[in-house]
Design a protein. Sequence first.
Length: 405
Amino acid sequence: MKKVISLIQFPWKLLILILLLVLTFSYAMFQGGFVSWFLFFSFVPFALLSLAVSFYSLKDLKVERVLSKTEYHAGEPLKIQIKIKRNMRFPLFYLVVEDVLTEKLQFSNTTHSSKILLIPGFRKELSFDYVIENLPRGEHHFNDVRLRTGDLIGLIEKEQTVTFSSRIIVYPAYTEMIYRPFENHYDQGMTASRERVQRDTSMAIGVREYQPGDRFSWINWKATAKRNDIMTKEFEQRQSHDVLVVMDSMQNSHFEIIVSFTASILRAILRKGAQVGLLSYEAERYSYPIRGGETQQHHLFYHLAKVEGKGSTPLDRVLELEGFLTQQNVSILLVTAQLTKQLLEKASFLSRGKGSIMIFLVKEAKESLSSNELSLRSVANARGIRVVMVHDGQFANAFSEVSRG
C-alpha cells in the first residue's frame, strides 16, 4: 500500500513543481520589473535541483555496517559504525540514515541515536557511529538501514531501505566465583569440600586425544607416534565430581538473575576442572551431557544466551519427568527463584539416590524469603538438602554459604 501511495505522489509532486516554475515565469512575464524577474531566477536553481533529486536513485548508495566483534556479554557496550559510499558526486542537501533496531535493542540505553541527519553535499563517502550501552542477553540481528533524502523546499522526498544483515550473540553476564565441591552428610546437610578436583596420575587407565588444559607430562608419546596425533593418558579420578545443573526456565521476574547465576556456577565448575551438564525445559527439552573443557562452556553459554524463560513446566515436574536422575552418581544443583512444597518433595526423593542435591534460591538484591519459604528451608535442611539463598550481586558468596552449612 505504501508503495502504491508513493507511486501516485511522485507524478503529482512533479506536476506541482513544474506548475510552480510556470507560475513564477508567468508572473515575471506579465508583471515585469526587477523584483518579479529576481523572484523567478532565484526560484529556478531550487526547482532544477528538486527536479534532479526526483530522478536521482538512492540505489547509488552502498551501505556497510561495521562491528568490532560479534560476541559480547550482557551489560557490555556495542559500538556500530555505518559507512555509506556512492558513485556519483550528486549534490544532496541532506540524508537521514537510520539503522533499524529490534524492539529489544530499542529499549537499551544508547549514548547516540541510531538515526542521524547528515549533510552529504558532493562527498562520495559518509559515516557515523552510535553506541548501545548495556547490551541485553540474546541473539540480535541487524537487517535494515533506512535512507531518506529530499529537496530544499521539501516537495520531493525519496526513501530507500537497504538490507544488510549482521548478527551478534550476547552471552549472559557472569560473576567470577570459586566452586568448592561439596559432600553429603545426612545428619548435617551438605558441606563444601576444599579438595581440588584432580585425577590420580599414578593410575593410567587408557589414552585419549589431547584437549586444551592437559599437562605436557600426560602426553603418551608411543600412542602419539603410532596415531600421528597428540594423545594423552586417561587417568582414574579419585572422586567423582560430575555436576548436573537444572535451571528453572519458568517465566518470572527473576529469570535474568537465574540465567546470570547459572552461567556463573557453570563457569566456576569448569574452571575448577570438574565436568558439568545442564538441563532446562522451555518449549522443548534442552539437555547437555556432563563434559568439561572450553568447548562445553561455549555450548552451555550459547544456550543460556538464547533461552527466553517462557517455559511452562515447573521445576518439580522437570525432576519427575527426568527419571534417570535417581540413578546418577552426580551432584545435582537446582537453580530456581521459588521454593515450593512439591519441589522439596521431589528433591527429597532424589537425595535418596547415589548423588547429592542442593537448591540455590535466587532473589533480588534486598529481597528476603517469605514465611512459607523459611519453613520449607528448615524442612529441607532436616532432610539433608541444603537450600542456599543467593542475592543478585552477591553470587561470589554462594559457595561460602554452603561451607557454613
